[in-house]
Design a protein around this ligand. Structure first.
Ligand code: SAM
Length: 394
């Protein structure tokens, strides 16, 4: 029988099939559409800006919108302030503009512009005395190695976002992020060479400084006797765990070149008990058994659902009832500003890697149940931007 499915033009992507029976929006969507029509009216916005009860809310939304429109400029001010050494030059206290000019190599008039821009986003502050100091944002960036490493490596992501539509519609796939994350994408993990592992593992280890406290404050690993960190990188998370729980026996599993880096790290900086480091693929190899806690930190979001299911089934096969799997990574959601930032940033980040998805805690729990686990709990961290925890039980 010939199809009578109606078709509609879909932007630059041409014709797209429409469902035979058009679904109807529910009352929430209709209410949101009504709100959108109201907000779109300049007269309504003017009124909201003038009424005492709504004026501060209206102003905040206006600023939010401008931050969205101009966010890319702010990020580039940040990048330049770090790259040129402006932030580092202020690490030890107030500095004159003349000294900054000699430290950054910028001519005075261009330095004036950079300092003005950096001040506008809270990186630096200029005093009445003409000295420049770190602002609050600048002070945090100056002292946090992980944050600095992340900002510096954004140069790759900026280039991948040069044609954002091509990145979103999937026509641009040969990305710089895909080259950095050499295991990302089905079946590429066996091709990871030591130099590839070094590039991404160093970044991961540096950025643990932002994450491990969040996880350790939200989940008590002290209730366990032994922990294996699967996809544990070069061991930065286990190092943080060992500082809090010196009696916990620990092991790490990662691709062979990464496990070797972990072994070298633990040899150079010994912990109370030296973790055992296993090299292999968490998809294909049998995972070590006998740990009452297994962790997956920033691992699942790198992979498509089918790969995550394979991994979780493999983890489940190595676990017994009574043991616990702790999954921690930035997760998607709409409940807080932090969750929304995490959704946008990590969603686009893994898209540029060419593999993975930023999932909600419930999506992760559902995948775990599909992989044979019996139930899961969600434990929020202080900053959802860094991580949310899903605790899973066999
Ligand atoms: C995003 S990094 C996270 C590292 C660490 N958990 C952290 O949070 O710093 C993902 C890790 O998974 C590892 N990995 C990826 N595919 C793997 C595989 N098939 N088998 C074992 N490890 C793998 C990578 O080598 C990498 O160390």
């Amino acid at each position: 029988m010939a199809s009578t499915v109606p078709v509609a033009r879909h932007g630059r992507h041409g014709l797209a099939p429409q469902p035979e029976h058009q679904p109807r929006p529910d009352w929430r969507s209709r209410l949101q559409a009504w709100r959108a029509r109201l907000v779109a009216r300049p007269g309504f916005r003017r009124l909201a800006q003038r009424l005492p009860l709504s004026s501060s809310y209206a102003r905040a939304r206006e600023n939010d919108l401008f931050a969205l429109v101009s966010g890319f400029v702010q990020s580039q001010i940040l990048f330049t302030s770090l790259k040129t050494g402006l932030i580092d030059a202020l690490a030890d206290g107030p500095v004159t503009m003349a000294e900054l000019a000699s430290r950054t190599g910028f001519p005075q008039d261009r330095l004036d512009r950079l300092v003005q821009a950096a001040q506008s986003v809270g990186l630096v502050a200029t005093g009445q005395d003409g000295f420049v100091t770190l602002g609050d944002h600048g002070a945090i960036i100056c002292s946090d190695e992980g944050l600095r490493a992340m900002i510096n490596h954004h140069a790759l992501l900026y280039r991948d976002l040069n044609d954002p539509v091509a990145l979103f519609d999937g026509s641009y796939t040969d990305t710089e992020m895909r080259r950095l994350w050499s295991y990302a994408g089905s079946g590429r993990e066996s091709a990871v060479e030591p130099e590839d592992a070094a590039a991404y593992s160093a970044l991961m280890a540096a950025s643990q400084s932002m994450l491990s406290d969040e996880i350790l404050d939200a989940y008590d690993f002290g209730r366990h006797t032994s922990l294996i960190d699967i996809g544990g990188g070069e061991g930065a998370f286990l190092t943080a765990v060992a500082k809090r729980y010196s009696g916990l026996r620990m092991s790490l599993f990662d691709l062979p070149p990464v496990a070797k880096r972990a072994r070298d790290r633990f040899a150079a900086h010994p912990l109370g008990q030296c973790p055992r480091c296993y090299g292999g693929s968490f998809l294909d190899d049998t995972l070590p058994r006998g740990h009452d806690c297994v962790s997956l930190v920033r691992v699942l979001f790198d992979h498509e659902d089918a790969v995550v299911l394979r991994l979780l089934r493999n983890v489940r096969a190595a676990m017994e009832p009574g043991q616990t799997l702790v999954i921690a990574e930035p997760m998607a959601g709409n409940d807080s500003r932090g969750q929304r930032y995490a959704t946008a940033y990590f969603g686009v980040y893994v898209m540029a890697m060419g593999s993975g998805r930023c999932r909600t805690p419930d999506e992760i729990g559902a995948l775990a149940k599909q992989a044979g686990f019996s139930r899961f709990d969600i434990r929020p961290c202080r900053s959802p931007l860094m991580a949310t925890i899903v605790v899973v039980f066999p």
